[in-house]
Design a protein around this ligand. Structure first.
Ligand code: AKB
Length: 315
């Protein structure tokens, strides 16, 4: 059967690259991007686009019915730092979009759903090193609470109604095509832009704050791999831990200095420090490796080289 894919929240950091990757894999006309706002010229010109609010149940139902969608990627979300400023709006967007889409899955309007979770489901009581797949999830942020609840709903709709929903707990994602917005791990993208533009960066996290991170192309690869895996191989229907690398701002700065020896970093921790301190430093993703063969391609050296090269070439 041929696929028709709808991506909700297609203009965000992950949505943009995911849409382009899905279009090159399955053909532009089979991949319908949608968002409440317009995206980059490359995204807007590469295939169909529908303006849509992912919290509008009727609009979602109409789109899914009209397009006869087979796979949905629900990428619309408010990230950790912004969500702390608007908890009610974050809950509305992060939860209602998911509940609407799950409900449409129960009604049989598509056959497979991808929904991203995050390392934000973990909290201060979670083991920090090599955080296991099944462990304490007591998030201290609104974003984390919404992701934890979402994981529960995903597993529930799968168990109770057979909705084939698949999920990954993304770490901080580093990309050059689209900037992140409102996250705690955003410094790891900002730093590259500032390094090239000004030769210096003031980091909003302390120098020794280790967090799990990943280059965007690894994250896209993982997402496609999980969505293509046979359903019977998947043992986790909340969300899979996923890991690639872990570093501190000081280590990232050092890696940038290999290419830009005069680069300077200073530190002015703000409210995002507390969020970062509540998250793991590294993640155990052995279940994802076992169930669907996950293996990252990018270490810190390769990621730094690619980021600097692509930002230089494309700005
Ligand atoms: C954030 O920092 O909020 C996100 C995430 C780790 O989910 N990048």
């Amino acid at each position: 059967m041929s696929k028709t894919i709808v991506i909700l929240g297609a203009c965000g950091q992950i949505g943009t690259e995911l849409t382009l990757a899905l279009r090159s894999r399955y053909g532009s006309d089979s991949v319908i991007a949608s968002d409440i706002r317009e995206g980059t010229p490359q995204l807007m010109e590469s295939g169909p686009f529908v303006t849509l609010d992912a919290t509008d149940f009727n609009a979602l139902k109409e789109l899914f019915t009209k397009t006869q969608v087979t796979e949905v990627y629900l990428m619309a979300a408010m990230l950790s730092a912004t969500a702390e400023k608007s908890p009610a709006r974050a809950w509305d967007l992060n939860m209602n979009s998911l509940l609407h889409v799950l409900e449409l899955g129960r009604q049989g309007l598509y056959s497979k759903l991808f929904w991203p979770s995050s390392i934000a489901v973990f909290g201060p009581n979670t083991p920090k090193q090599n955080t296991p797949q099944a462990t304490v999830t007591e998030p201290s942020t609104v974003y984390g609470i919404s992701k934890k609840a979402g994981e529960g709903w995903a597993a529930y709709y799968h168990r109770k109604y057979g909705v084939d929903v698949r999920s990954i707990r993304y770490p901080g994602l580093i990309s050059w095509k689209t900037q992140p917005g409102g996250g705690t791990t955003d410094y790891a993208v900002d730093i590259f832009h500032h390094a090239l533009k000004n030769g210096s960066y003031e980091c909003f996290l302390r120098e020794n704050t280790a967090l799990p991170m990943m280059y965007m192309s690894d994250a896209i690869q993982a997402t496609l791999q999980l969505m293509e895996a046979p359903a019977e191989d998947l043992s986790v229907r909340t969300s899979y831990n996923l890991s690639a690398l872990s570093f501190t701002p000081a280590e990232l700065a050092q890696s940038i200095r290999v290419h830009l020896p005069d680069f300077k970093i200073s530190y002015a921790p703000d409210s995002r420090q507390e969020i970062a301190d509540s998250w793991p430093e590294s993640i155990d993703d052995s279940q994802a490796q076992k169930d669907w063969g996950w293996k990252p391609q990018y270490d810190l050296k390769k990621l730094t080289r690619e980021m600097l090269h692509n930002l230089r070439e494309n700005s």
